[in-house]
Write a protein that binds this ligand. Structure first.
Ligand code: MG
Length: 276
């Protein structure tokens, strides 16, 4: 009898696991292991606790380059796609996202990129996901800020919306979950302040990885987190040498909105401790 119960329990557990495997947005069992010991998008990695953020976020300081002030996309380009049979047909490569009421809204025309390239920086952006929520898990308000067109800080409607920990808002996607879940409700404006230290290369050799610090709605969610390589899905990646590059906002087929985007260029590896 005891043996039968054990077999039954194992069968149920196996069935639950099989059912979970059919919901890949909740996580995975079969992806490569990270140095932390967790798998990429590990379904069993604990979700960070919830913190309710305060009410306000920030305006641009005097030395900032304003990338979007609510009026136009003159500082941005789009993703060229000159095959009319493709879903994201965009023959000119212009930034085709919608601008209205002081915000820009992702349109299914491909990701948009800054015209200017950047390295180390402090970056501010505000974002809003649809209310009511459309889709679930990774399909709810998904976008992302890609520093140097490679390293994503995830944008996602993560308010009471379960997904894998390293895919949550404020994560280094596929690598490091946010320290807490500081998301506001769908339809509320949220903010990111991202301090990004670019990777350094000597020739083809990596001499210093990228690091990122992120505040979500004023709450620290990443603290000088080492970035392990360019962002990917279900994979680990390795650095390849590159110089300054554009910042991209991801088109993930969700109508996420953005406003008040500014950047301060920095040199975070400059040694100011001694006279010249
Ligand atoms: Mg994303």
């Amino acid at each position: 009898m005891r043996r039968m119960v054990l077999v039954l329990v194992l069968l149920i557990a196996g069935g639950a696991r099989a059912a979970d495997e059919k919901k890949p947005n909740w996580g995975y069992f079969d992806t490569p292991k990270l140095p932390s010991g967790w798998r990429v998008h590990d379904i069993n990695r604990p979700r960070p606790p919830v913190v309710t953020p305060g009410a306000k976020s920030g305006a641009a300081p005097s030395d900032a380059i304003v990338l979007f002030d609510g009026t136009d996309l003159s500082n941005w380009v789009g993703t060229k796609q000159d095959n009319p049979k493709k879903k994201k047909y965009n023959p000119t490569g212009a930034a085709l996202w919608k601008v209205e009421n002081g915000y820009l809204e992702c349109a299914p025309t491909g990701s948009i990129m800054t015209k200017q390239t950047f390295g180390d920086c402090q970056f501010h952006i505000e974002w809003q996901t649809a209310n009511p929520r459309q889709g679930a898990s990774q399909n709810a308000g998904n976008s992302g800020v890609f520093m140097m067109n490679r390293y994503e800080t995830q944008v996602l409607d993560n308010y009471e919306n379960r997904t894998y920990a390293d895919g949550m808002a404020g994560c280094v996607y596929g690598q490091t979950p946010p320290m807490v879940n500081a998301c506001r409700k769908p339809g509320e404006w949220q903010s990111y302040d991202i301090i990004f230290q670019a990777p350094r290369f000597e020739g083809e050799t990596l001499v210093s990885p990228a690091y990122v610090t992120v505040l979500l709605n004023g709450v620290l969610v990443q603290h000088k987190t080492e970035i392990l390589g360019p962002t990917s899905h279900k994979k680990r990646t390795a650095y390849k040498a590159h110089g300054k590059d554009v910042i991209a906002l991801q088109d993930h087929d969700n109508n996420t909105r953005f406003r008040n985007i500014w950047i301060r260029e920095l040199d975070l590896m400059k040694d100011d401790s001694k006279p010249e």
